[in-house]
Design a binder for this molecule. Structure first.
Ligand code: TYM
Length: 335
């Protein structure tokens, strides 16, 4: 970190066996494009996953696997700081302080809290409610200017701005007020479920065919796309009311680097069967090098360990600076 470039922070939860195509197109793939222009920190958000019950051994192996996926997608460990959230204790410490500057009403308005508390009605724990404050701590510790996320996380970044502004209003300029950084929808900031194209693609999709995982074998990818819900018309076109086709056109555009318009023109004379086959092939093709690199990395655990250790050290130093400033401002006796 030279201090000359703008700072970026983002993260993904290690809560599935692999990330989804939505995580990849909405977040990770865009991070790769930012690594030369910005000082970037990419976190493995393991603490966030505890808001939903996890198996300990799985969480451990998924965290390492997620790091391999970050690198397989093209993030260079020499250019970016990659670290495991729980390795930097400042996150939990700052989250506590920020809790005292966040209102219950604000957290109650978070749409993700409302959704998840319905989905996990038997485990509406305080962490699930408080999760956006931990996310605010993640961002504010590193004075991030920009937070690249998919559309579903925008509300949390906006809450982070409110918390930062409130704190700065009381104590002076302590925090950088961050901005959400969202790729255009055509690049995949809002990938929908293949089985319910009005809902976002998510690893917790009740129908396993709704979600493509980045480590799905090519034939599974092709099959899931073939089964995607579309409509009863027979025209491949991007327009309102054609959620299923719009989603497939977006996926095709995002994985091939074409515009949605180009994609729609390419298939304007095709039937749904041929169109789906082409989207499936293009997606599987895009996943192939990612999966190869991933397998290579998972055979080199020592390397992965070296990456997350050095990441935690570098992130820890930056975070400690902000935390100590905050602690001083609120009146804690210096350690
Ligand atoms: P998570 O793990 O749910 O998702 C990781 C990233 O993937 C994006 N995403 C999508 N984008 C497009 N279409 C989809 N269907 C789709 N599904 C997921 C998300 O918007 C996100 O960018 N709270 C965060 C992790 C986090 C974080 C942070 C992010 C923790 N601390 C600080 C930024 C900054 C989360 O649960 O993301």
């Amino acid at each position: 970190m030279t201090g000359d470039k703008k700072v970026i922070l983002s993260g993904i939860q290690p809560s599935g066996d692999s990330i989804t195509l939505g995580n990849y197109l909405g977040a990770l793939n865009n991070w790769v494009k930012l690594q030369d222009e910005y000082d970037c920190l990419y976190m493995l958000a393991d603490m966030h996953t505890l808001t939903v019950r996890q198996e300990a051994a799985k969480l451990r192996s998924r965290t390492l696997s997620l790091l391999a996926q970050y690198i397989a997608a093209g993030l260079d460990p020499d250019k970016n700081i990659m670290f495991i959230q729980s390795h930097v204790p400042a996150h939990a410490e700052l989250a506590w302080i920020l809790n005292c500057y966040t209102q219950m009403g604000e957290l109650g308005r978070m749409t993700q809290f409302k959704d998840k508390s319905q989905k996990h009605a038997d485990n509406v724990n305080a962490g699930l409610f408080d999760y956006p404050v931990l996310m605010a701590a993640d961002i504010l510790l590193y004075k991030a200017d920009l937070v690249p996320v998919g559309t579903d996380q925008k509300q949390h970044v906006e809450l982070t701005r409110d918390i930062a502004q409130r704190f700065n209003g009381i104590y002076g300029d302590v925090f950088t007020v961050p901005e959400p950084y969202i790729a255009p929808p055509s690049a995949g900031s809002k990938i929908k479920s293949l089985q319910d194209p009005t809902a976002k693609m998510s690893k917790s999709d009740p129908n396993p065919n709704g979600c493509i995982f980045m480590l799905d074998p090519p034939e599974v990818v092709v099959k899931k796309i073939k089964r995607a819900v579309t409509d009863s018309e027979a025209e491949v076109a991007y327009r309102e009311g054609k959620d299923g086709i719009n989603n497939l056109l977006t996926i095709y555009a995002a994985v091939t680097g074409k515009t949605v318009e180009q994609a729609a023109n390419e298939f304007s004379d095709s039937g749904y069967g041929d169109f789906k086959a082409a989207v499936g092939e293009a997606t599987a093709e895009r996943l192939r090098p990612f999966q190869e690199k991933y397998r290579e990395l998972m055979n080199n655990k020592d390397y992965l360990e070296a990456v997350y250790r050095s990441g935690a050290e570098r992130a820890g130093r930056l975070a400690a600076r902000t935390l100590s400033k905050v602690m001083k401002k609120v009146g804690f006796v210096p350690r």
